[in-house]
Design a protein around this ligand. Structure first.
Ligand code: GMT
Length: 378
C-alpha cells in the first residue's frame, strides 16, 4: 500500500505512535509518506520505503496566526496526487482531521477519492477537542472520516459521550517494540544514581497539569520516608519550575533528578523499580507501556484507558485520581522485595500483549477494509 501519515512530529504520544507505525509499515514493504511541519522526532532510520514531506507555511504580515491547516491540506493534495497514495492516515483530530477533509474535497474535484482514516489519541477528545472553540469542527471532521480508530475502549466511549458521532469507531491500542524497549544491563548507571541500592521511582511526561506531576512528587516524598529511594523525572513542560520549587520545599531535592527530554528513555527505565502515572486523564498511557516493557510495575490513577493496560494488583495498582495516600501504600507494597519480582514479571508479560507485531497488522487490516469500502462506493 502507499500510505500517507500526518501527525505531530514531536515526542508526544500521538507523534510517537504515528512514527513507529510508519516505520514498521515501511519495514513490512509499504511505501510510507510522512507529511508534517518538521522531521518527526522518532523518524530516525533509513529505509527505502520511507518518505518525508515538509509542510512549509509562508509568512505574510497579515498572518497573525499562520494558516497551517491550509498549507497542510495543500500538501496532502499534492502528495496524494503525485505519489498516488491509497490511504491518508491522520493522527490527532485537531487540525489533522479537518485538513484531511478539505484535501479530500479538493481531490474529489480532480476525480480522486482518497480514503481518510483518523486516529483519536486522547486530549484531542478529552481536553482540547471538547472545548467550544473546536467542538463543531472536531465532530464534523470525525463524522466525515472514512474510518476512525481510538486507542482504547475508554477513549472510544468518551468520544461517543462528548460528541454527536455517527461513525463506527474501531479500537486499536498503542503498541511497543519489545526489541527497543527491554530491560538492558545498566548496572553502572544504577550504581551512580543509587549507590546504596535505594529504590528508583521514575515518571516521564510532558509536565502538563493533566499529568499531575505534583502527585508524583508527593507520592515519592512519602515513600522516601519509609524506604531509601530516589526519583527520576524525564521530560519537560510548563509545570517543571513549580515542581522544582515543591521538591525544595519538601526538602527532597537531593533525591530527585530532573533529567529533561531524553531520547533513550529505555535506558532510564532499565534501572527503575517503579513507574508513576497519576494522570487526571490518560487515554491509553504509552509511557506506562514503555515502562512495563522494561519490567517496571506501575502505580497509576484509574483515569481513562489506563486500567485497560495496568491490571490492578497484577502489573501494579490503579487508584482514583488524586488519592495520593492509597498510591503511597500501593507503592510500598510493590517495592517490598518479597513482591517486586512478581510485579516486574507481570508487567513484562502484560506489555507483550501490545507487541508491535500484534498491533500493526490490525492497522493494515483496517486500511484494507476502508479502501475496499471506498472502492465499492465508486
Ligand atoms: O499526553 C501525552 O503525552 C501526549 C498525547 C498526544 O496525543 O500526543 O498522548 C495521548 O496519546 C498517546 C498515544 O496514543 C496516549 O498513550 C496517551 O495516553 C494520550 N494522552 C492523554 O490522553 C493525556
Amino acid at each position: 500500500m502507499r500510505i500517507g501519515i500526518v501527525c505531530y512530529p514531536t515526542f508526544g504520544g500521538s507523534g510517537v505512535v504515528a512514527t513507529e507505525l510508519g516505520k514498521e509499515l515501511a519495514i513490512k514493504g509499504h511505501k510510507v509518506h510522512f507529511i508534517t511541519y518538521s522531521q518527526p522526532a522518532r523518524l530516525d532510520i533509513f529505509n527505502e520505503n520511507l518518505f518525508y514531506h515538509e509542510v512549509y507555511i509562508p509568512t505574510y504580515p497579515l498572518f497573525q496566526y499562520p494558516p497551517y491547516e491550509l498549507a497542510l491540506a495543500s500538501k496532502m493534495v499534492d502528495i496524494v496526487q503525485f505519489e498516488k497514495l491509497d490511504v491518508l492516515h491522520v493522527h490527532y483530530a485537531i487540525p489533522h482531521a479537518s485538513a484531511a477533509f478539505m484535501a479530500k474535497q479538493i481531490l474529489r474535484t480532480k476525480g480522486i477519492n482518497i480514503p481518510v482514516i483518523t486516529t483519536l489519541h486522547g486530549t484531542d477528545i478529552t481536553l482540547v477537542g471538547k472545548d467550544a472553540s473546536f467542538e463543531p469542527v472536531v465532530t464534523f471532521s470525525i463524522n466525515q472520516s472514512d474510518g476512525v480508530t481510538a486507542v482504547s475502549d475508554s477513549l472510544r466511549a468518551e468520544t461517543y459521550d462528548y460528541f454527536q458521532i455517527e461513525k463506527d469507531i474501531a479500537v486499536i491500542p498503542n503498541f511497543i517494540n519489545l526489541d527497543k524497549f527491554r530491560r538492558q544491563k545498566k548496572e553502572h548507571f544504577r550504581m551512580a544514581i543509587s549507590p546504596n541500592d535505594e529504590k528508583l521511582l521514575v515518571h516521564t511526561s510532558n509536565f502538563r497539569s493533566v499529568k499531575r506531576v505534583e502527585d508524583v512528587i508527593r507520592i515519592f516524598a512519602e515513600v522516601r520516608k519509609n524506604m531509601p529511594s530516589k526519583l527520576l523525572l524525564v521530560g519537560d513542560g510548563p509545570e517543571r519550575p513549580k515542581m522544582e520549587k515543591l521538591c525544595r520545599e519538601l526538602q527532597i531535592y537531593n533525591d530527585v533528578r530532573f533529567l529533561g527530554k531524553l531520547d533513550a528513555v529505555e535506558e532510564v527505565l532499565s534501572i527503575a523499580d517503579l513507574f508513576l502515572m497519576p494522570s487526571e486523564k490518560e487515554s491509553f498511557g504509552l509511557a506506562a507501556l514503555e515502562a512495563m516493557a522494561c519490567e517496571v510495575p506501575v502505580i497509576s490513577s484509574n483515569a481513562g484507558g489506563i486500567p485497560e493496560l495496568n491490571i490492578d494488583g497484577v502489573t501494579g495498582f490503579t487508584s482514583p485520581v488524586g488519592n495520593v495516600a492509597e498510591m503511597v501504600q500501593n507503592a510500598l507494597t510493590i517495592l517490598d522485595d518479597a513482591n517486586l519480582p512478581r510485579f516486574k514479571a507481570n508487567a513484562l508479560a502484560r506489555a507483550k500483549d501490545f507487541n508491535i507485531d500484534k498491533i500493526v497488522p490490525q492497522y493494515e487490516e483496517f486500511y484494507q477494509k476502508i479502501i475496499d469500502e471506498q472502492l465499492a462506493l465508486l
